[in-house]
Design a protein around this ligand. Sequence first.
Ligand code: ADP
Length: 358
Amino acid sequence: MSLDIQEINRVLSQVIHPENGENIIALGMVENIRVEDNNIKFTLSFKKARDPFASSIKKACELAIEQAFPNFQIKGNILELVKETAPKPKAAKPNSDSLSGIKHRIAIASGKGGVGKSTVTSNLAVTLAKLGYKVGLVDADIYGPSMPKMFGVEDAKPFMVEVDGQELIEPVEKYGVKLLSVGFFVKLEDALVWRGPMATNALRQIIQQVNWGELDFLLFDLPPGTGDVHITLSTEFRPDGAIIVGTPQEVALADVIKGIKMFTGQNLNIPILGIVENMAWFTPAELPDNRYYIFGKDGCKKLAEKYDLPLLGQIPIVQSVCEGGDNGEPSSLTNTLIAEKFNEIAQKVVQEFSKFSN
Ligand code: ADP
C-alpha cells in the first residue's frame, strides 16, 4: 500500500503541543516518517526529558493516524526521543507526589450543563481563600473550560518550574486561588483533538504534575454529566467528598440524582458533602421583597431532604453573578448578598469535613 508522506505530515499537523499551542510539525518534533508495509512509523522528539505532555501527544498522534488511515498500523510504531537543549535536570526524587501537601480534595459536579456549576465553583474557591484557607482549583471541564474567563486570566501561560528535580507546572494565581485549566493549554477550537484517553491524560497532567505546594482544599470543576472523566478522575485522585450543583427545575432533578448515585455507588463510594441549589429564585431590584421562583421552588432542597444530604445553600438569580463571570471577577468578591450566600456554603463545607475527621 502506498501512502504520501505529505499526507501523514498534514494529519500530524493537527496535533498541538498544549504548552505553547503550536502544532508538532511546525515545532519540528516529527522526524523520519516512513511507511513499511502497512505500518506508519516516525520519531517524536521532545526538547526535554519527562515532557509532561509526552504521553498525551503520543496518544493524539495515534488517534489522528488511526482516523485518517484506518488500514495502517501505528500503535507501537512511534519512537520517542529526547533532544535536550537545556542542561539535564537533576534526578527526580523517587515517588515524590505533588498532591501530598493537599489536605482535602473536593469534586464539584452537575448532572447537566448550564446550571451554574463553574459559577458556584469559582465563587466557592475565592470565598474559601477569603476565609484564610489555601485553595487550588482544577478546571477539568474539558468540553467548555470557563475558569480562565471567570478569573480574568484568559491570556495566562503557565510555565514550568523545577521542584526537587521534577519539572512541574506552576499554577496561575488570582484572588488567592491557584488555578489550572485545560483552557490555558488548548485553544477552544482545538478542543476536539482532546477526547477520551487524551483528555484524561491532559487532565492527569494538570492535576498531578503541578507545583501545588501546601493546600487546604483542591477543588475539581468536573465536566457536566456522569461520564468517563468523572470515573477516571474520581478513581485516580479520590476526592474526599463531592458537591452537586443543580437548579430547582423538575427535569433537572433527575440529573442531580444521577450525579449523587454516581459518586455514592459501589464503584466510587465518595461521600456527598451536599447540594447547592443555584438559580433558586429571582428578585427584581425594584421589588426587593419579592421572590419569583422561575425554575420552581425548593426542588434541590426537597431532594436533599429525601436523600438525607446537607443542602449547602440556595443561590438566587442575580445579574451581577452573571456579569462577574463574564468580567473575570466572581461576584462574591463584590456583591454583599452573594458573598453572604457563599460564606454560608464555605462554612458548611468546612463543617462537613470536620465531621469526617471526628
Ligand atoms: P455550568 O458550569 O453548569 O455549565 P455556568 O457556571 O457556566 O454553568 O453558568 C451558566 C450561565 O449562567 C453563565 O452565564 C453564568 O454567569 C450564569 N449564572 C450561573 N448562576 C447564576 C446566578 N445565580 N445568577 C445569574 N446568572 C447565573
